[in-house]
Design a protein around this ligand. Structure first.
Ligand code: FAD
Ligand code: UDP
Length: 370
């Protein structure tokens, strides 16, 4: 019998396993239905020897020094500032939309004040910004919205931006300067040897036992631990008793090309054409030197692994029912992107796991050895 069973070996599960094993000297069994650790951040060397991410591009960025400090125990870093181009009207232009985007697309020579005036003429006043359409049309107007956001979002989510919460497109800023970085966070860096190496170090402890290729359903009837941390889909834990929470999936097509570089930046977005949303060339992210290059194409899909909770009010309402059911359980902790049905980045999940550890420490139970 272990002290803890943790379902899921992604960021949420691995951070908690590490904390419980090292700080409380408790034993942890981590299970994952996949054949590897790392969850969606898993990376590996493909047949050509190029380091790629199995589940699409994972770029680490955060403003939380405490998260960087924590992860730095398990990895060194290489600085990396992510840049993305979008193919719009036959040109490759910077996204987030910035001064160069507007000048190149419309053949203008605006300065930052000129761009501000350009946007002021086009933006549509919205009384209360509720949807992902509201966010964009109230900032840049309808033409740029249609060119960059409407098609991409319909493809990515299978929904129009007007049907999605504002938080989705609010992830992407608009800039009147020439800053073409995708993120402006204080810390922007990639683990030097990749994510999987970092996870291996995190889980390498005599108190941690990892069982791969094992699903929660297989273990739930034979209790192996006194307490449970669940980082899979919360609706699955409850047997979908209130109905299925909707998730968006992706199909990843990985390809290696016999040339050194295929594209000028790490990611190219396709808001107007193609069935895929974006193409990633990993060597930009990882800094690897290799005569060949590997790419991933992302094809959105309604079926498959649950990669994205779908942010809209009716889904939140359903999630709240599960959350209420979860709050009635003693000693079962739900966290992570699937366990809390939230569109969270890696750093936010690490922060959530560290906060959960603090809450566990604050909870006195007969089995706790703290
Ligand atoms: P996961 O990584 O999903 O781990 C959950 C684990 O639980 C999985 O390994 C799964 O197999 C396992 N599991 C689920 N159900 C069961 C079950 N019933 N039984 C056993 N095991 C189970 N974040 C960033 O910060 N930057 C990025 O650039 C970025 N890019 C992304 C790109 C894509 C395409 C996607 C999908 C996500 C991206 N993210 C990015 C988000 C990032 O992947 C997540 O924030 C993070 O991986 C979530 O960690 P987690 O532990 O909550 O979940
Ligand atoms: N988005 C868009 N066009 C783009 C980039 C993003 O419409 O060129 C929208 C789209 O709805 C997307 C969301 O903004 O799902 C968030 O983009 P992000 O790049 O953060 O998505 P993720 O990396 O999480 O898939």
């Amino acid at each position: 019998m272990h002290d803890w069973l943790i379902v899921g070996a992604g960021f949420a599960g691995s951070v908690l396993a590490e904390r419980l094993a090292t700080q409380r000297n408790e034993t942890v069994l981590v299970i994952d239905k996949r054949d590897h650790i790392g969850g969606n951040a898993y990376d590996y060397h493909d047949a050509a020897g190029v380091l790629v991410h199995r589940y699409g591009p994972h770029i680490f960025h955060t403003n939380a020094a405490v998260v960087v400090e924590y992860l730095s125990r398990f990895t060194d870093w290489r600085p990396y500032e992510h840049r993305v181009l979008a193919q719009v009207d036959g040109q490759l232009v910077p996204i987030p939309i910035n001064l160069d985007t507007v000048n190149r697309l419309y053949g203008l020579d605006l300065d930052p004040q000129g761009m501000e005036a350009f946007l002021a003429e086009r933006r549509e006043p919205v009384e209360e910004i509720k949807t992902s359409e509201d966010v964009v049309v109230s900032t840049v107007g309808r033409d740029l919205y249609e060119k960059f956001f409407q098609g991409y979002t319909r493809k990515q989510w299978g929904l129009d931006p007007s049907q999605l919460s504002r938080i989705v497109t609010a992830r992407i800023p608009t800039r009147t300067n020439r800053d073409d970085r995708y993120f402006t966070d204080q810390f922007q860096q990639m683990p030097s040897d990749g994510y999987s190496a970092m996870f291996r170090r995190m889980l390498d402890h005599p108190n941690i036992h990892v069982e791969l290729g094992t699903t929660w359903n297989e273990t739930r009837d034979r209790p192996k631990a006194r307490r449970l941390i669940f980082t899979g889909p919360i609706d699955e834990y409850f047997g979908h008793c209130y109905g299925h929470l909707p998730y968006r999936s992706l199909r990843f097509e990985h390809e290696t090309r016999d040339l050194e570089w295929a594209q000028p930046v790490g990611v190219i977005n396709f808001p107007q054409t193609e069935d895929y949303t974006r193409v990633t060339e990993y060597k930009h992210l990882t800094g690897q030197t290799h005569p060949k290059t590997s790419l991933t194409y992302e094809y959105p899909s309604p079926t498959g692994d649950p990669y994205y909770p779908i942010p809209r009010e009716e889904n939140q309402e359903l999630y709240r029912k599960y959350r209420t059911a979860a709050s009635r359980l003693d000693d079962v902790w739900f966290l992570g992107r699937l366990g809390t049905y939230q569109y969270l980045n890696m750093d936010q999940v690490v922060g959530q796991a560290l906060a959960t550890f603090d809450r566990i420490n604050a909870t006195r139970t007969p089995t706790a050895a703290a």
